[in-house]
Design a protein around this ligand. Structure first.
Ligand code: FAD
Length: 319
């Protein structure tokens, strides 16, 4: 079976859940091969969990400057391995960085690029959500090594223990003139909640929440369900919640098991980021709100009456 390259998302210590999703997706096409780009020693810390999730091969692309530049070290490493290994495909998470890495890689390899895949089969045919989520299309790359970005949450991580073979790759030197250098890092206040793109449950608030204080109701329900908090752009623009939590076309794409929309109308740009969620619940005072047409369960009512009851009920059932 040919290798299928998976770019590993990590924080230097742990592998992000989205990588396990990519490894599960890769197994449909061939033998998953993980590409770790990081500072020296990173691969050793991640190797066990990658092998447990089915990485038959691990490429260690390590250098002291690997985290000193945005995206270009990963592009260089993937290009090198792709030229050498002639993989069946390269899979990258459809995060902000992932999309840029995939686009640059496809350009360098002169290969076809498919973005925002939500499904793929063994022949490399991919389902993509396009035009702000209005259509799902099936596509296949016809030129070069397919480079595919996969929407976080679209695949379930699977444990699939294998013995992984490690190979060292010399990370190409980054050209500082053609790269963005990282001059400082500041950790985003994450709290105890799961990351938005990795959470199985996302509870989002919109303009209907009415203010920053109102988000306490959203957070309460998210915490009862062990989920992440999201927000519509209107809520973010109004300063109710920080921008990093925005869901939608110009925010994050999520595909959790459960998405609860509180006081969100359901504009197409919001739906683009969440409509592939498995189950959608919406609470809105307006029975004509577009989100209610999409929701699996819709409640016409005041979120400040409905959400606290839900929170109480969930807490009671969880004991
Ligand atoms: P509104 O549309 O104002 O809806 C608020 C809803 O709350 C209403 O349906 C109302 O009935 C309901 N409500 C009010 N009070 C209550 C209550 N007490 N209880 C229950 N319900 C209540 N938007 C995004 O979200 N993400 C994006 O990434 C994004 N990108 C965009 C990109 C572009 C280029 C453009 C042009 C727009 C983008 N937008 C995006 C904005 C989008 O068009 C909408 O303006 C936005 O999604 C609306 O947010 P909202 O649903 O919170 O607010």
């Amino acid at each position: 079976m040919p290798d299928v390259l998976v770019l590993v998302d990590h924080d230097g210590e742990h592998v992000n859940r989205t990588t396990y999703e990519l490894l599960a997706a890769a197994r449909r096409l061939g033998d998953p091969a993980a590409v770790v780009v990081g500072t020296p020693g990173t691969t050793a810390r991640l190797a066990e969990s990658l092998a447990r999730h089915g990485a038959t091969r691990t490429y260690a692309a390590e250098s002291a400057e690997a985290d000193g530049f945005l995206v270009t070290p990963a592009v260089g490493a993937l290009e090198l391995v792709a030229r050498e290994a002639a993989p069946a495909a390269v899979l990258v998470s459809a995060t902000t960085d992932g999309k840029e890495i995939a686009a640059r890689l496809a350009a360098r390899l002169d290969a076809g690029l498919l973005v925002d895949a939500v499904d793929l089969d063994s022949s490399g045919v991919v389902d993509q959500v396009v035009f702000g989520g209005a259509y799902t299309v099936r596509s296949q790359v016809t030129h070069g090594t397919p480079v595919i970005t996969v929407r976080p949450g679209a695949f379930e991580p699977e444990e699939h223990p294998v013995t992984s073979v490690e190979r060292t790759v010399s990370l190409p030197t980054v050209d500082p003139a053609a790269s963005a250098r990282v001059t400082a890092r500041r950790a985003a206040p994450a709290g105890d909640r799961p990351a938005l793109t990795e959470a199985g449950v996302v509870v989002s608030g919109g303009r209907g929440v009415g203010g920053a204080d109102g988000f306490g109701v959203v957070e309460g329900l998210a915490d009862a369900l062990g989920g992440a908090v999201g927000a519509s752009r209107a809520a973010v623009d109004a300063g109710y919640y920080p921008h990093q939590y925005q869901v939608g076309q110009t925010g994050k794409s999520v595909s959790p098991q459960l998405y609860i929309a509180l006081g969100i109308s359901g504009a197409i740009q919001h739906l683009a980021g969440m409509q592939t969620s498995r189950t959608i619940v919406a609470v809105n005072t307006d029975p004509e709100a577009p989100i209610l047409a999409l929701a699996d369960y819709g409640v016409v009512g005041d979120l400040f009456a409905v959400a606290p009851q839900l929170t109480q009920e969930v807490a009671a059932r969880r004991g």
